[in-house]
Design a protein around this ligand. Structure first.
Ligand code: GLN
Length: 244
């Protein structure tokens, strides 16, 4: 495993980085290193102008306020073709909240519509109030519970896309459908902050497994790690809100 390396790119962390979203990058990196796989992380900010995904394996887009989303959308649109080709070719994308909305066609606010990348056939509309709080999903992707925290004004309608999970506590995509997030190829889009991955190590390994498979053709299961603390954190939320 010594000669393997996964490159993770954090896109616009200067604008999209809410509620410790950066912790997801740290989690991906550490879980690779604990298995003797090298991890390279790079941030691409608004000051950079050499956008290149050719050696990127995992792309991370965090959450942001409406104001920040308005600023970042034109930047993202400049790279629409590269990001879309990356997703279509099996590149891993993790997009949280504001980042999730921007993968869709548009995010309609009261006074303006923010154009998205259109990588997912979904759209978002701002609601009257914000959907805030702890959230728990049941997910076939990892065969268990995914826990997190949501805070969004937008309601996302995912059409015929597959959701990341079924909401068993909390609001999810649009408050009423019971669906949360989207999984499309190796793209995982979700409203869950938290940060998401440290609390859900199985999901982190699912993403790492996909990236290693795409890059090196590795299909065997990743070496298991001591996740007792992480699982305790996950169980605590599930016990508190679901299995009361
Ligand atoms: N501004 C978006 C909304 O309120 C996304 C918020 C976020 O990323 N937490 O729906």
């Amino acid at each position: 495993m010594d000669d393997m390396k996964i490159k993770i790119m954090h896109l616009y962390p200067d604008l999209l980085n809410l509620y410790g979203d950066r912790g997801n990058i740290e989690c991906l990196k550490r879980r690779l290193e604990w298995r003797d796989i090298k991890a390279e992380t790079e941030s691409y900010t608004c000051d950079d102008n050499n956008f290149d995904l050719s050696d990127t394996d995992i792309l991370f887009l965090g959450g942001g306020s409406d104001r920040e989303q308005k600023i970042v959308c034109s930047r993202l649109l400049e790279h629409r073709t590269e990001i879309s080709e990356f997703a279509e070719n099996g590149g891993s994308i993790i997009a949280v909240c504001g980042g999730y909305q921007l993968l869709g066609k548009y995010y309609k606010l009261e006074d303006q519509t923010i154009e998205g990348l259109g990588i997912l056939d979904i759209y978002t509309e701002q609601g009257d109030d914000r959907l805030i709080g702890n959230i728990v999903l049941e997910s076939d992707v990892i065969g268990g519970y995914i826990v997190g925290f949501e805070n969004h004004g937008g309601r996302t309608y995912i059409g015929s896309h597959t959701s990341l999970g079924r909401v068993v506590y909390g609001h999810g995509n649009d408050e009423t459908s019971g669906a949360e997030g989207v999984i499309y190829k190796n793209v995982i889009a979700t409203y869950l902050h938290g940060p998401l991955l440290p609390k859900n190590p199985k999901l982190c390994d699912y993403i790492l497994g996909n990236a290693l498979k795409r890059k090196y053709g590795i299909t065997e299961t990743l070496r298991s790690l001591d996740d007792s603390l992480e699982n305790k954190a996950n169980d605590y939320i599930v016990n508190r809100f679901v299995k009361k």
